[in-house]
Design a protein around this ligand. Structure first.
Ligand code: DQA
Length: 146
């Protein structure tokens, strides 16, 4: 059983970037913690960050040949712009949880719309880095029960 964690643009700057919105954890801290959590449950995990829409799309297309059981994705700014990334997730049909560190509904109105939420199993927004861990907990319990 396996999980893929996808991080969108600018999330490589976590820790430095607007910590009042995104917290003090670096992406490396978050990924390390997720790997420990998955391995403790006997689940394989890969984490991938890109600032490029096409790279994220191609990572999703690759799942046609190497499927995973669950995706956790923070599409970052692509949340609000990318029909292409939405269509890629729709094509592979892998269940996914959408995670945002900040509460997108408490911020600018252009962040209130997501191209992903209606396709997602669920959405976690505003719980900081813990949101990823909670999403992974859900993914692990769901795929180990299946
Ligand atoms: C974000 C929220 C987005 O609006 C923003 O563009 C991001 C990060 C979050 O995790 O809170 O880059 O997805």
């Amino acid at each position: 059983k396996s999980v893929l964690v996808l991080h969108g643009p600018n999330l490589n700057l976590l820790g430095l970037r607007e910590p009042h919105h995104y917290g003090a954890d670096t992406l490396e801290n978050i990924d390390t913690q997720l790997k420990q959590q998955a391995h403790a449950a006997g689940i394989a995990i890969e984490t991938f960050q890109s600032n490029h829409e096409g790279m994220l799309i191609e990572k999703i297309h690759a799942l046609a040949h190497q499927p995973v059981d669950f995706i956790i994705i923070n599409p970052a700014a692509f949340t609000h712009t990318s029909v292409a990334l939405r269509d890629a997730l729709s094509a592979v049909k892998t269940p996914f949880i959408e995670v945002h560190l900040s509460n997108i509904y408490a911020r600018e109105s252009f962040r209130h719309h997501s191209y992903f939420s209606d396709l997602a199993v669920g959405v976690i927004s505003g719980l900081g880095a813990r949101g990823y861990s909670l999403a992974l907990n859900y993914a692990i319990t769901t795929i180990t029960a299946a």
